[in-house]
Design a protein around this ligand. Sequence first.
Ligand code: ASP
Length: 332
Amino acid sequence: MIHTGGTIGMIPTEHGYAPSKEAFHRVLASIPELSSPVVPAWDLMDLDPLLDSSNISVNEWNRIGSMIADHYDDYDGFVVLHGTDTMAYTASALSFMLRNNAKPVILTGSQIPLCEIRNDARDNLLTSLLIAADGRVHEVCLYFGGKLLRGNRAMKYSADDLIAFDSPNYPPLAEAGIEIRYNTELLMPPCEGKFSLQLLENIPIGVIKIFPGIQFELFDAVMTEKLKGIVIETFGAGNIPGDENAVLPIIRKATENGTVLVICSQCPHGTVMLGAYEASETLKNAGAVSGYDLTTEAAVAKLYYLFSRRLPREEIKVRMERSLRGEVTVKQ
Ligand code: ASP
């Protein structure tokens, strides 16, 4: 288990919930089920410092990835305890960084800390450990509130429900009711290549959300060649306001600067279809690539990954429109 911080291990302080390594270790030691013979043997590693996940970024992804890579042969699986706020980003990033990964890497956390009497942490933790030792899963997943989701398909959709995550474009890989029922036909087969870790660089990228009345010309100043990639969250199936004079020069400038523009949808469910409407034809003609049903979280992580591999820009565009780890459904 890799403990990175987040609500699961937090304790109440006068400034609100905050992570505490000692308190979390004490609480874990007080749970008899964790040493039951039914639960796999586990060791615990802590990230230093422990973080609220809103502070987790590329550096921490590299550190978590390195902890897994350094111990890859020592364990059958890994459970990453993580704050819920950016868990879907970390799950997406790890899915790309861990190349030829054949082991279960299960991210989990909770909405209520383990130290509280009434909590969702205990089940999330125990079930994640069982899944990580089961042998059926060979990919990076997120387990929360009874559902095992593909990590790079997951998104946090509730700030206060105990079922806080969803995977709107891919069914759950398993559901934990009285039994843990795996949807085996949806799981990744084990990779046969040699496992390796791709560390990420802090690539300058951006996310723009389109809204009615958006003044594209104001984005001119940020669309410099320094920006390597932009995820554009568009309306519906990939549509943007049709004010050609304002939009086109900015989009063209970005493409000329070498920026990779990835078109995602503001709708959690469904897919981008560039060119289906006149309103998205512009983006296609200006060289933007379709994110299809990619989540913004996965699109951001994929851009970090592909640029960190130092691939040529045209190759990055091709790979953005291809499934690398089951993160996207490509519609022909
Ligand atoms: N702010 C917390 C975090 O993401 C929320 C949580 O863990 O639920 O670290």
